[in-house]
Design a protein around this ligand. Structure first.
Ligand SMILES: *Cc1c(COP(=O)(O)O)cnc(C)c1O
Length: 407
């Protein structure tokens, strides 16, 4: 169910309301969850200021996850497009194959600090489930992952991976049997078991403090990229492009550049296979403000406020809502949001594979689509950074079904 309450107030009151990004964000949850969210917020605020916590997280990001990731100059892609100079931020090189491990390690250490040794998570395609199961194995936690049975069928291999890592995968048979249904079920579990359980949410979604906390765990992407580009080129990029599902990899790379007003921030949503409701997951092109799963943001919904079905060839972008901080960046105009279709993403995947020897995740391929469209119209002295949020190994089955390759 969705509502469309808009919180009004002048700038000073907005800034004073924790967990709000302009009018967006907030904490739209049943009262039974409030104490858990307050405890999490309190503990996270303490951990943020605790040097030992930060040091341990930095060390695991370095020795376990593989940070810092490279910023790679894509020479052949740049030459092919004859425009701006293109750099790729290689989050695909991280352990488990995507940026998601940044957040899982952060929240895993936080759970440890709170003395919660049972972790629950939701997963769509299985990528967040695999990263969570990985961190639970590393830290010795019990792990339960909720997954829609339709997604389990589509992503058999990731279900097996999670089980191999020692996690229990619980199928969810309600609704469309996909990601949003898995989140509902995980929230139900959390209400019941909150004393010993931490809910490890996988993107910048949900009630406060999740959107802020998950962003903080990912802002290392932009912090590294900013230092790397200054070192390589001695100047900031003209644009940064990232795909936007819930919005964690994009806010992660955007965040350190928000204050650099001349750097254009461009988010790419899933345009799917058409413009009608149900054919895409482009929340800023067909969505409107509403509440879903604890937060107020842009939402794909029908006139009655019921959440619409979504579609994308990339499971990680296939969600009806978007992180509330993006809603605020969109409304203020600080970031721009465009979309790329399924077929464009498949083509971009092939192009990056053949020009640079990098097979991106289909999610990341949406960002590549935008650089293909935009770079030729930019000056040769301009620099663009594309966030390659993950590697494409998980998508090989879909790529094989969709691309007819001869010879
Ligand atoms: C999950 C995922 C995404 C989408 O999630 P965000 O929170 O929007 O980053 C994008 N790319 C990859 C590789 C993913 O696994």
């Amino acid at each position: 169910m969705a509502t469309t309450t808009v919180i009004k107030g002048d700038k000073s009151t907005k800034a004073a309301v924790k967990g709000r990004f302009g009018a967006y964000g907030g904490r739209y949850v049943p009262e039974t969850l409030m104490s858990a969210l307050e405890e999490l917020e309190r503990e996270y605020d303490k951990a943020k200021r605790d040097r030992r916590f930060q040091r341990r997280l930095d060390e695991l990001l370095h020795t376990y996850a593989g940070r810092p990731t490279a910023l790679f100059f894509a020479r052949r892609l740049t030459e092919k497009l004859r425009g701006a100079k293109i750099y790729l931020k290689r989050e695909d090189l991280l352990h488990t194959g995507a940026h998601k491990i940044n957040n899982c390690l952060g929240q895993g250490l936080l759970a440890e600090r709170m003395g919660k040794r049972r972790i629950i998570a939701e997963t769509g395609a299985g990528q967040h489930g695999v990263a969570t199961a990985t961190v639970c194995a590393l830290l010795g936690f019990e792990c339960v992952v909720y997954m829609g049975t339709e997604d389990m069928r589509r992503q058999e291999l990731n279900v097996f991976r999670m089980r191999l890592l020692g996690a229990e995968v619980r199928g969810v048979d309600s609704g469309s049997r996909t990601l949003k249904d898995a989140i509902n079920e995980a929230m139900r579990d959390w209400v019941t078991n909150v004393r010993n359980t931490h809910y490890l949410l996988g993107s910048v979604l949900g009630a406060h403090p999740y959107p802020t906390m998950v962003r903080d765990f990912h802002k290392v992407i932009g912090r590294e990229a900013r230092a790397q580009i200054l070192k390589a080129e001695g100047k900031l990029p003209a644009a940064i492009i990232a795909c936007v599902g819930g919005g964690s990899n994009s806010i992660g790379i955007f965040y350190e550049f928000i204050k650099d007003k001349r750097v254009r921030l461009i988010g790419v949503e899933a345009g799917g296979c058409g413009d009608n409701l149900g054919q895409h997951a482009a929340r800023f092109h067909g969505g409107s403000p509403g509440v879903l799963q604890g937060t107020f943001s842009y939402l794909l919904q029908d006139v009655a406020g019921q959440v619409a079905n979504t579609h994308s060839v990339s499971a990680g972008l296939d969600y009806p809502s978007i992180g509330p901080e993006h809603a605020a960046l969109h409304d203020s105009g600080r970031a721009e949001y465009v979309s790329a279709s399924d077929t464009e993403a498949l083509d971009a995947c092939t192009l990056l594979a053949r020009t640079e020897g990098i097979i991106p995740a289909l999610e990341s391929a949406h960002a590549v689509v935008e650089v293909i469209k935009r770079a030729p119209r930019m000056k040769k002295s301009d620099i663009v950074i594309v966030n390659v949020s993950g590697r494409g190994d998980k998508d090989i089955g879909i790529l094989r079904e969709n691309l007819k390759l001869d010879g």
